[in-house]
Each structure stands twice: as structure tokens, then as C-alpha cells.
Design a binder for this molecule. Sequence first.
Ligand SMILES: N[C@@H](CCC(=O)N[C@@H](CS)C(=O)NCC(=O)O)C(=O)O
Length: 234
Amino acid sequence: MASKTETPKITLYTSHLCPWAHRSQIALRELGLPFETVIVDLSVPRTPEYLKINPRGLVPALDYNGTIITESGIISQFLVDSHPSHLEKTSSEPGGALQRANINFFVDTWFSKVNSLSYPVFKLKAGEKEVEAGKIVDVIVKEIEPLLQDAAPYFGGSEKLTLAEVQTGSFILRLLSFPKYEELLPKSVLTSLEARAPAFWKWANAVVQEKSVTYVWDEQNVATRTIARLATLR
Ligand SMILES: N[C@@H](CCC(=O)N[C@@H](CS)C(=O)NCC(=O)O)C(=O)O
């Protein structure tokens, strides 16, 4: 592998529809690393070539100087560890171990408590979502809001994005965009979050303004395809 100062040769296997792959896109752009993009068409079976790259057949997969790394959370952490930056301190820097623990706790809380509630709500029919969507808001108020009290505007008082936003940003985009489509989430999610989780609301709205978060985001396309896919599941 290249030393930290050399520019690595990177290829990202991705789909711009996938929130997990989107995490890698955010990390690479925020680190300013040049990379090639290979779009994997998820609407057809994976090719034997791609299954050699990622035997699980999932995106994202990262080729970093010829070594393949998979699983989006691990890819982001690897990139951040290989290229020290504003995204996260190293564990040996003063305050680094604690910052890393705090970011890990935030990301773990988002995925274990909030994100896990989202897909069951998407799958319900429009008109049946209000109560279950309210539970997403309740969990954000209880679990996430206290962790963002010092956001300025980003996690832990950071002026710039951190690994916390890299790992969650693509899901924040969806949470703030999907209430525009009643087949996905009710509009009340937004009004409730603004009223009941002001720190989250301010933070989330800053996250979705960032170019590194939005540069591969095509809201209309993602929403339309998600609605179509959910219709086949019901
Ligand atoms: N845990 C994996 C999840 C990746 C994942 O679920 N990717 C989806 C697209 S969003 C995928 O590749 N699905 C394969 C398919 O739809 O056939 C990660 O974080 O990288």
C-alpha cells in the first residue's frame, strides 16, 4: 500500500441509488482524494467479474492500490485512518480516542435506534404511516438530540464535516427529502422534528447543504425508484 503522503490509486464500485455506497462517496470527496467510479447496475445480477471483487455482490467496494475493501462503514474508517484530516483525529492525538468513541457512539445510535425503524415505515401504505413515523421522531428526540447539543454546526463542535456526518449523511438526506413524497414518509416528520428536536434539525439541515453530501444525490430518481421498489414488496 502507498505511504500516507503518496496519492493512492482508488476505484470505487458504487451505485448512486445506494445510501451505503453514498457514504464512501462522501468520504472520498471530503478527503479530496481522486478516484475512478464504476457504476454497478443493481437491477441485474452481478457479473462474475464483480463477484470476484465483492463475493457478497454488494456495493460499495473500494479498490485501494489493488487491495479490495468492502462494507461501507469499514471503507470510510479505512479512508479516514489512512488520510488523517478534519474528519476524525487519530487515536494517538490529544482527545483523539475520546472523539473517536463519541463519533462511534453517535453512528451506532443512529443505525441501531433510528435507521432500523425507517424501512418498516416506508413499507406501510400512505395513510398508515403516521403513527410509526412518529416513533422515528420520538427516538431522534430521545437518543440523537442530546448528542448534538454542542454541534457547531457539525458533530462535537466541529466547523467542518466529521466522520459522524460521513457515516450518516446519506440517510439524513433521505429523512429530510422523503416526506415530500407521501408514499415514503408523512410530512409531519419534518414539522415534528423542527419543533421537538431543534439541535438535530439545525445539524441535519447543515449536513444536507454540503456539496460532498449532495454531489451524487438525485432526489427525484431515488424517490421514484424507492416508491416503485416498495410497491413490489407490498
Ligand atoms: N452492509 C453493506 C450494505 C450494502 C448494501 O446493502 N448495498 C446494496 C445497495 S443499497 C446492494 O448492493 N444490494 C445488492 C442488490 O440489490 O442486489 C454496506 O454497508 O456496505
